[in-house]
Write a protein that binds this ligand. Structure first.
Ligand SMILES: *Cc1c(COP(=O)(O)O)cnc(C)c1O
Length: 404
């Protein structure tokens, strides 16, 4: 069976994790601090905070920004549930909008329609690793009429004086926007280092900050280190200094710091990340070629003059297939010992969001893209021969089900 997305675990990873174990320091410590610095350098952002998942990083971020009851956060209907769950937990209302269609990203015209005086933030999701329309989003949130609508609730929001633009960059580590790392295209970019993501730490995540210069990013970094560790103003490493045992808690915090065992994996992953991206790009190109002459194949958009993907997911669509036929095609692919997936079931399909009154028919483009979508395996260890086998399995399955 060709798996969908196994992590790249080799001797180098095992050696680094073993070294971390033997160092005697297994929670947040020197490796986590180094990992944060290297992410900052790689992304070109102002500061980075490593956490134990995208989800908890975002939860702390929404809390820090003062987002809660009575507020609204705009996001696409087409994303993983985590993007919306954190908004629900914050107490704010997730306001969903439809996607572009040509790519799977949030439609900026519909974001404009959705903005109210309660809108505090936009979470734009770089689906599959392809960056959203950040120039348009950045322009929109600075338009005088949109700024005039904005109501600030606290000092942090005052300083910005407009809607906060957050990138759900769970898929897009290393993507390019306007010739630069896409991490700096939004005010804050949030990464996931979950086991299936491009760069993994088993579980993990990072917040990359690019707020305007009137924010003190060193202060933000220190503040977040406290907020992700119960609100404790000294971490375990600081407390190992002679006599430095006493700490204070000014506000109850969260608990979602990254460990040095996770950072050990991340440091190796980051040191060879370009090699990973290059392999992924080659796989994307091989799939493009394999489906170039198939009339039914809608291959994904993943690069243009302005943007380049991180090659996270290859989102193939089968023109004319209904949702049921797509499901049948997937079954046929699995019968040939190839694992594929669907990214994603739009949020209104899920019970939790149906119950909250979201309706799938309000997001026709999201449904259309979802109904005939099949995600193909993409990972460093996938061989050319396996890519061929995947492509053949998909073609056979489509021929069988659609009789083309
Ligand atoms: C994986 C994923 C997340 C959640 O990441 P975790 O690190 O598992 O919390 C959020 N958004 C998107 C789009 C994802 O794919």
């Amino acid at each position: 069976m060709i798996p969908f997305s196994p992590p790249r675990i080799d001797q180098q990873i095992i050696d680094e994790v073993t070294a971390a174990l033997k160092s005697g320091w297994i929670t947040t410590g020197p490796r986590t601090k180094q990992f944060e610095k290297e992410i900052t350098k790689y992304c070109g952002c102002k500061t980075t905070v490593a956490v134990n998942s995208w989800t908890m990083g975002m939860q702390v971020l929404l809390d820090w920004w003062g987002i809660g009851e009575g507020d609204e956060v705009i996001l696409p209907a087409y994303t993983y549930c985590a993007s919306a769950n954190v908004i629900v937990h914050s107490g704010a209302k997730p306001v969903m909008v439809d996607i572009n269609g040509e790519d799977f990203n949030i439609d900026v015209a519909q974001v404009r329609e959705a903005i109210t005086e309660r809108t505090k933030a936009i979470i734009a999701v770089d689906i599959a690793g392809f960056p959203c329309d950040y120039t348009e989003l950045n322009t929109l949130i600075r338009e005088p009429e949109i700024v005039a609508l904005f109501k600030s609730d606290n000092k942090l929001q005052d300083k910005l004086g407009r809607i906060l633009l957050i990138s759900d960059a769970a898929h897009s580590f290393g993507a390019i926007y306007n010739g630069k790392n896409a991490a700096i295209a939004a005010d804050i970019s949030s990464y996931s280092f979950h086991a299936v993501k491009n760069l993994t730490t088993a579980e993990g995540g990072a917040l990359c900050f690019n707020l305007p210069d009137n924010y003190d990013h060193d202060h933000i970094y220190k503040d977040f280190c406290t907020r992700i560790l119960h609100g404790q103003n000294k971490d375990a490493l600081a407390k190992t200094q002679k006599g430095n045992w006493r700490y204070d808690v000014e506000e109850p915090g969260f608990k979602c710091n990254m460990t040095d065992l996770q950072a050990a994996i991340g440091l190796v992953e980051l040191s060879r990340y370009q090699e990973n991206l290059d392999r992924r790009r080659a796989i994307f190109e091989q799939y493009d070629q394999a489906f170039a002459n198939e009339g039914w194949a809608i291959t994904p958009l993943y690069a243009n003059d302005q943007k380049k993907t991180s090659y996270h997911l290859y989102l193939l669509r089968v023109q004319g297939a209904t949702e049921d036929q797509r499901d049948e095609i997937i079954q046929e692919i699995f019968e040939q010992d190839v694992s594929v997936n669907v990214h994603f079931q739009p949020l209104p399909i899920l019970t939790a969001y149906k119950k909250r009154g979201y309706r799938m028919d309000a997001y026709p483009q999201a449904y259309e893209n979802y109904a005939n979508e099949i995600s193909l395996p993409v990972y460093f260890d996938l061989t050319d021969e396996q890519v061929m086998r995947v492509s053949e399995a998909v073609k056979n399955a489509v021929s069988k089900v659609l009789e083309v």
